[in-house]
Design a binder for this molecule. Sequence first.
Ligand code: SAM
Ligand code: SF4
Length: 339
Amino acid sequence: MIDLIDGTAVQKPLADTFRRPITYLRISVTDRCNLRCTYCMPEAGLPWIPKSDILAYEEIEAIVAAAASVGVRSIRLTGGEPLVRRDLPELVCRLAAIPGIDDIALSTNGLLLADAARALAAAGLRRVNVSLDTLRSERFEAIARRPGLERVLAGIDAALAAGLGPLKLNCVLMRGQNDDELADFAALAYDRALYVRFIEVMPVHENVGMQTDAYVSSDEILERLGAVARLEAVSGPGGNGPARYFAAPGAHGAVGVISPLSHDYCDRCNRVRLSADGRLRLCLFGDYEIDLRGPLRAGASQADIARLFGAGMLIKPERHHLELGIPSSRMRAFSEIGG
Ligand code: SAM
Ligand code: SF4
């Protein structure tokens, strides 16, 4: 990955063996969460990663600097729930100062967002995605297994007021649980500059019992939306994601679908992931990973870490092999993977 020109080391931008440029790094800053969404993690929580194994902010900064040196430009902070990690604006500030990093975004369940939005924006955060599966309080408590809808709605308002837009709402649509709220979510995207993305529920160990009943394909979602509004394909708000967007004439925002199962987007994959304990994960599912924490704590240089990113390119698979109804040892809890 490193060429020498006139004796000077020149780092090549990352591209995998399928010639996909890799410019986007999703960082799980914690595996812990203040909710227990039924499709994501068990009610009792997960066997949490010991604190000493979690990357410190300086370690994440060092890894991102190495990633930036080989062409990574966009960062998303995720989890678990990233806002349960103390002083997250400090991490944002460190990452925003790294040359080459020009976009930092956050995925959150929104519970702690109202208090954090301004400090995050001031630290250099650009955009926020908020997960919200229902607009009804009692349902929120059933799906997330904890109360909090009002706090999430306040978090969305605070994020918009702090300029953390375009703001995307992620809604995992499940048959018999929240699919009757499709039109209510679409109305949100009509009235405000919100981008509501419906995500197909993905199979992981935690939800393997419910997935075949709950799964609604994005084609069905679009068909049902089309019955309540005249939708046209639009380009959407930008970003690194795999969503396809649609809007009714006159809408301030748009609705989108993310179809990991029915229209898998692997051929456009531009991303790798960093787990909270420092594993570079080359695909959302499967065991394709390289430990960065060990080498980093043993004194690896920025160039050494950049070389490990390059090594990752050799094992990044062409696609995931998610299938409905098939429990697999490789399908771990989503938050453990660092969604
Ligand atoms: N806690 C944050 C949140 O909820 O936004 C960030 C982490 S969460 C794992 C990231 C996203 O993954 C959320 O939008 C969540 O709805 C989605 N997700 C989790 N498990 C999923 C599953 N089994 N299928 C589809 N989406 C899932
Ligand atoms: Fe927590 Fe996000 Fe998973 Fe819900 S989806 S349990 S908020 S990590």
